[in-house]
Design a protein around this ligand. Structure first.
Ligand code: KG4
Ligand code: ZN
Length: 343
């Protein structure tokens, strides 16, 4: 059975995993850096890159030891090659190149977004192509039609902030720690979602794009006004994000016949978002698939899995493959007005 070693270091999680083509995760290991970045309220690229260089080699040793295997037993080495914080991306990519070179194994350069996009297929053998994917992470907020490995049609993207970025900024305004998503979700559970009137940017617009900058500014004003309990602001903010994601996904569902709706990326760990989208899929007669929360946030199992899918499709990469800070899944997608470099 084909066995892939996957490596990830594109943001603030260092991770390694061994995954087989028949969906067995033989071993995985992950070390996050929340504590290192917490004082700064966000990921500091230079700190992250140095930490990856210190942490990742031991994680590789650990997964091989846990599975009682050597790198000579794997069929290919898959490493995230972008998009992400370039100093961090280079750590896993170069580690992967070194292992591939030393063991004489093929290298697979994985797009981190493809890792998220294909991750639902690791846990759901019945999920075939095509599917409509809502990809919501710290750096991205997109609706994509996933047609096959390496085949994506972008239907929508954000014109300013990503959904996870909105959670992180709102959390910072509320004095909560980084990452903001889990902190907001926990606080929102104690608040009233209808307590604070907040905008739903772009809801109802014909194109299915997203926007969250105006919502963040409204949270800033609500915090400054001092009239609301923090838990009510958190709950109202989370509801506004849910409403935006739902409305935009409804619009995208009109643009594709794909039989399944899939949500992936760190923000898909959010319970309110998961249940709202599940209800939507049910109402529209589409299958709904969402990976377990641990597979939604960054990890190396999804990189190994996506690497395995690419390997099976005949894609491997040379040792000169570049690390890329920006790497859209749909290279042909039109640039959107106001879109940041990450879109
Ligand atoms: O996919 P991911 O782990 O890293 C990126 O590739 O960006 O996503 C991280 C993002 C962060 O913005 C974090 O606040 C958000 O996912 N997140 C959540 C939750 N857990 C993580 N957002 C909302 N609710 C959550 N439970
Ligand atoms: Zn990610």
């Amino acid at each position: 059975m084909t066995l892939i070693l996957g490596l990830e270091s594109s943001c603030d999680d260092s991770a390694a995993a061994l995954v087989t083509a028949d969906r067995q995760i033989l071993a995985q290991s992950l070390v996050g850096q929340n504590a290192a970045h917490q004082p700064f309220g966000g990921v500091v690229p230079e700190i992250a890159a140095r930490a990856h260089a210190e942490i990742l080699p031991d994680l590789i040793r650990q997964v091989l030891q846990d599975a009682k295997l050597s790198v000579r037993d794997v069929d290919a080495v898959a490493a995230t090659a972008g998009p992400g914080l370039i100093g961090g991306v280079m750590v896993a990519l170069l580690a992967g190149k070194g292992l591939a070179l030393a063991a004489g194994k093929p290298l697979i350069a994985v797009n981190h977004l493809e890792g998220h996009a294909l991750s639902p297929r690791l846990v759901d053998p019945d999920l075939g192509f095509p599917y409509l994917l809502l990809l919501v992470s710290g750096g991205h907020c997109q609706l994509l039609e996933v047609r096959g490995v390496g085949q994506y049609r972008r239907l929508a993207t954000t014109i300013d902030d990503a959904a996870g970025e909105a959670f992180d900024k709102a959390a910072k305004l509320l004095g909560l720690g980084y990452p903001g998503g889990p902190a907001i979700e926990a606080l929102a559970a104690q608040g009233r979602a209808d307590a604070v009137p907040l905008p739903r940017p772009l809801v109802g617009s014909a194109e299915p794009h997203f926007s969250f900058a105006g919502l963040k500014s409204a949270v800033q004003r609500a915090v400054a006004a001092g009239e609301h309990r923090p838990q009510d602001i958190a709950a109202s903010f989370q509801q506004a994000v849910v409403d935006c994601l739902l409305d935009r996904t409804v619009r995208a569902l009109e643009l594709t016949d794909a039989p399944a709706l899939v949500v992936a990326g760190g923000v898909a760990a959010n319970g309110a978002i998961r249940s709202a989208l599940q209800a939507l899929a049910q109402a529209r007669g589409r299958r709904f698939v969402v990976p377990p929360a641990w597979l939604c946030t960054d990890n190396a199992a999804m990189i190994a899995w996506a690497g395995g899918e690419r390997f099976a499709a005949g894609f491997t990469d040379g040792l000169d493959v570049p690390a890329r800070a920006r790497w859209p899944l749909d290279e042909g997608a039109e640039k959107v007005r106001g879109a940041g470099v990450k879109a």
